[in-house]
Design a protein around this ligand. Structure first.
Ligand SMILES: Cc1ncc(COP(=O)(O)O)c(C=O)c1O
Length: 428
């Protein structure tokens, strides 16, 4: 690059990504092809509108690109065009979620998602999000004992509040969602079922997570996270949605109109190209192996952490993601108490200590957290990124041991972390 200042930062970031153990469940390492598509000349093109109906000239190849990307998106999830519409223009996950509410829920009506501090996303109606200002948020929670979804309670709240849309799909939930139960609740109260599969879309594409496409009216995903693509959003709308058809709503048109011109201007054609790349990658047999390994790795990491005495929220994982209650786990670890003279450490402290050793996680609230969101009790971890590097169960056991040594024994494991990373270099 001519711009050395930025080039040096890019190089520093490549080195950081190569030399650290990335356990952030919403991150991944996209392929070189995804990066090439993102950095392509499609970045230069304005293409407001949709294929064959643009507000700018010169879009013959963008049209082909968007049509191909839509076809590939449907294929990656085994869908037919006559059943599902797909919009590949949302700039990211948050605008995609907003577009769905804009399309389907009149302003001021009720939306219902999982409360943020239980694992929901900001855009599912958290009070600081615009979604709770434009609509009335009536959130559901997790069962206090099991720390899992409580479908009877969700039904009770839905009957009481009569939301127009119910969101299933979360940011920090380690278990599998029962979409059939959500469908029944939605049918009973006349709400749309919206699935936000941003976190587990790669697992659905890989066949290791139940498909929501049998049940939902509308499904969105980010193309990053387990899907391993570019930062972007994709919305699938069910042409056979009974709720939409009964209300006389053309769900595909409504979503398209909400994305453009409702919320966005020119689509990012380079992002669309990169979505196209990743949807083809996700349809390959190797991706099934990848998805399977993500879950196997997460289950191995979870089991090992439990062996070291860590308490896992909801008892463990069925997905790519693990929530560890570090405050109570380290509280019971006598070695830590002896070394710190205090009772347990917070998620923020745990995350800092791990980062000093090259292990990257994020602090996170746990259900019914007694601590504050900026200094919560938990840390969130996931295996999509390490699995992309080629790590398997053996490495997960080592990673769990390194985490335990840092958090429970205050050991410096930075050399072991660097050595492990060096065995699994990135392509960049
Ligand atoms: C479940 C879920 N939905 C939506 C989003 C929003 O995606 P983005 O950060 O691309 O706006 C996230 C991101 O963390 C998420 O976890």
């Amino acid at each position: 690059m001519k711009d050395k200042e930025i080039e040096n930062l890019i190089k520093a970031e490549i080195k950081r990504q190569n030399e650290t153990i990335n356990l952030i469940p919403s991150e991944n390492f996209a392929s070189l092809d995804v990066h090439k598509a993102l950095g392509s000349v499609f970045n230069n093109k304005y293409c407001e509108g949709y294929p064959k109906a643009r507000y700018y000239g010169g879009n013959e190849f963008v049209d082909e690109l968007e049509i191909l990307t839509k076809e590939r998106s449907l294929k990656a999830f085994g869908l037919k065009e006559e059943d599902w519409g797909v919009n590949v223009q949302p700039y990211s996950g948050s605008p995609a979620n907003l577009a769905i509410y804009v399309a389907l829920v009149p302003l001021g009506e009720k939306i219902m998602g999982l409360q943020l501090d239980m694992g929901g996303h900001l855009t599912h109606g958290h009070k600081v999000s615009f979604t709770a200002k434009a609509w009335v948020s009536t959130p559901y929670t997790l069962n206090k004992e099991t720390e899992e979804l409580d479908y009877d309670d969700i039904r009770r709240l839905a009957v009481e509040n009569k939301p127009k849309i119910i969101v299933a799909g979360y940011t920090a939930y380690p278990k599998i969602i029962d979409f059939e139960k959500f469908r029944k609740i939605c049918d009973e109260v006349g709400a749309y079922l919206m699935v936000d599969m941003s976190h587990f879309a790669g697992l659905v594409a890989g066949g290791v997570y139940p498909t929501p496409f049998k049940y939902a009216d509308v499904i969105m995903t980010t193309a990053h996270k387990t899907l391993r693509g570019p930062r972007a959003g994709v919305i699938f709308s069910n042409r056979k949605s009974e709720i939409a058809n009964r209300a006389g709503v053309d769900i595909v048109k409504a979503i398209d109109k909400a994305v453009f011109p409702g919320l966005q201007g020119g689509p990012h054609a380079n992002q669309i190209a990169a979505i196209g790349v990743v949807m083809e990658e996700a349809a390959r047999p190797e991706f099934k192996e990848y998805a399977k390994q993500i879950v196997l790795n997460a289950k191995t990491l979870a089991a090992e952490l439990k062996n070291f005495g860590f308490r896992l929220v909801a008892g463990g994982t069925e997905t790519h993601l693990i929530l560890v209650d570090v405050a109570s786990s380290t509280h019971s670890a006598s070695s830590l108490q002896a070394s710190s003279g205090r009772e347990g450490i917070s998620g923020a402290e745990a995350s800092d200590q791990l980062e000093k050793n090259g292990i990257i996680v994020n602090k996170n609230t746990i259900p019914y957290d007694a601590r504050k969101p900026m200094d919560p009790s938990g840390i969130r971890m996931g295996t999509p990124a390490l699995t992309t590097r080629g790590m398997k169960e053996g490495e997960m056991k080592l990673v769990a041991k390194l985490i335990a040594e840092v958090l429970l024994e205050k050991k410096d494991v930075s050399t072991e972390v660097r050595n492990l990373c060096a065995k699994f270099p990135l392509d960049y």
